[in-house]
Write a protein that binds this ligand. Structure first.
Ligand SMILES: Cc1cc2nc3c(=O)[nH]c(=O)nc-3n(C[C@H](O)[C@H](O)[C@H](O)COP(=O)(O)O)c2cc1C
Length: 218
């Protein structure tokens, strides 16, 4: 075997520095923010319909901490109807970038758990800090309903003109809600260049506080 062919395959190693998956998420997210050219805070969120059909869509991950992964949405939309019927959810995030060592890195994090709604005062703080277009959207769009584009545009322009004079009518509507995916399982997958991926799976312990981890085959 030549030394060149040795480089044609390798096994990636996830270097775990703590038993807490949040630490690994933060480390990977920071690295992605540093090197990735795209958004790094978008998750693909999956819920399950009443008749057990899975449904996925991307949402912005507003924040995360030891309590869970937070996103905002319209309570009248389909995903919230699904969450109300079955509060189990799963999310997936994918980061791809070239780091400062010219290594092509691919990382995936999968998160599974239950989804709960955030208290209104917490949601209001985030809503109030939103840019104008996001507040207008919250008032203009009834998520998942059929629309006539011309009428929607006309309505949009009226709201925009009103907001330029006085935007106090754009206070947070009832249907603007925040949700938190509280993880009970997380799975990290990473590879670079011609390496075979490494994986690390975390399960929440029965005590509901600590995590158990295992290395898994890719
Ligand atoms: C990059 C991206 C970010 C999005 N962020 C959100 C979000 O934060 N909240 C949201 O309700 N919809 C967001 N959407 C729209 C959703 O993907 C989806 O179309 C919408 O929420 C309706 O989904 P539902 O019918 O399953 O309820 C985003 C779409 C994209 C492409």
């Amino acid at each position: 075997m030549t030394s060149n062919s040795l480089k044609d395959s390798d096994l990636y190693y996830i270097d775990l520095k703590s038993n807490d998956p949040l630490d690994l998420y933060t480390e990977w997210h920071s690295e992605a923010k540093k090197f990735s050219k795209g958004f790094t805070n978008i998750i693909c969120l999956s819920t399950v319909s009443r008749d057990c059909c899975p449904r996925s869509r991307h949402v912005f991950l507003q924040s995360y901490d030891e309590n869970g992964f937070v996103f905002y949405t319209d309570s009248r939309g389909r995903k919230v109807q699904e969450i109300a019927a079955n509060n189990h959810g799963s999310a997936c995030v994918y980061w791809i970038f070239t780091n400062d060592k010219c290594e092509h890195i691919m990382k995936q994090v999968r998160i599974e758990g239950t989804i709960e709604y955030l208290p209104r005062n917490e949601v209001e703080k985030v809503y109030n800090a939103q840019p104008l277009y996001a507040k207008i959207r919250a008032h203009l769009c009834h998520q998942d309903t059929v629309v006539n584009w011309d009428e929607l545009k006309k309505h949009h322009d009226v709201l925009l003109e009103q907001a330029k004079i006085d935007d106090s009518f754009l206070q947070m509507p009832e249907h603007y809600i925040g949700c938190r995916l509280i993880p009970t399982w997380m799975d990290f997958y990473a590879s670079k260049n011609k390496s075979i991926a490494d994986r690390m799976e975390f399960d929440k312990n029965e005590d509901g506080i600590n995590w158990i981890h295992r290395r898994l085959a890719a």
